[in-house]
Design a protein around this ligand. Sequence first.
Ligand code: UTP
Length: 292
Amino acid sequence: MKRMTKAVVPVAGLGTRFLPATKALPKEMLPVVDKPAIQYVVEEAVRAGLDDVLMVTGRNKNALENHFDRATELEATLISKGDTQKLAKVEESTILGEIHYMRQGDPRGLGHAVHRAKRHVGQEPFAVLLGDDLIHENDRLLDRMIEVNAEKHTCVVALMEVDPSQTHMYGIATVEGTGDDDVVVVKDLVEKPDPDEAPSNLAVIGRYVLEPEVFPTIEHTAPGRGGEIQLTDALATMARDPRQRVHGVVFRGRRFDTGDKLSYIKAIIELAFEREDLGDELRIWLKEQLGN
Ligand code: UTP
């Protein structure tokens, strides 16, 4: 069987929750410790064997393109100084697979952004990784989703239990168990329901493995919540169709939504704790702060 190689990373959202930082910079370029969020996401895709990455971009895409390109002047300066450590840091984002870019045009929603990838993807299953959602590198969510797709030949979404008060921030799934503890059949999906209308507390997070049949489904999906073409609505149509079906992988690892301010700050602290060069001092400082 052919190995999956393609990842689509939509990065065309307006990032209004992070204004004014996102006025001239895509939110995916905000650093988490010392690396832009988007680099963690591309590294995750490449680790899972997806080395053909298509970014669907919006305004301010230059910063993204520059980040994954060579920086010859900077590299030459670091070479002349003999600073090989910093040179390696500059170069690490330029050797990550093959990265393609296309514009979304109008930001008409995540479903619309994914649909822009139709020609690039062709007739193969592919992954979608949201550029502002980080999965801890020790947790192999994407590998598991690719495995489930290869077995079931359906679209696969990543699901995570959230606090019932947070359902209005996510697509929420109605599910049925399978023989596997971490795999469910998704019977239906609803986009951002109020807590009293949510069918469960299983939320769709920013990783998807999709079959190419998703494209015609998106084409027949009317604008939904917020007037946007929602990927969740297209997947709900597929979930309700017994000929297509959708599966979910229930993720119990660590995930950070860097598009949300509090979660972004938590990501920085948690990942900095794990760093040899920062963790100890940060712990001491934080204890002092909490003691006051
Ligand atoms: P969000 O719901 O987080 O929206 O998008 P947003 O506009 O980026 O952020 P806020 O709410 O204004 O702060 C989820 C993902 O879908 C992408 C975003 O880049 C993000 O990765 N997206 C969303 C697009 O690529 N295009 C769109 O039209 C909408």
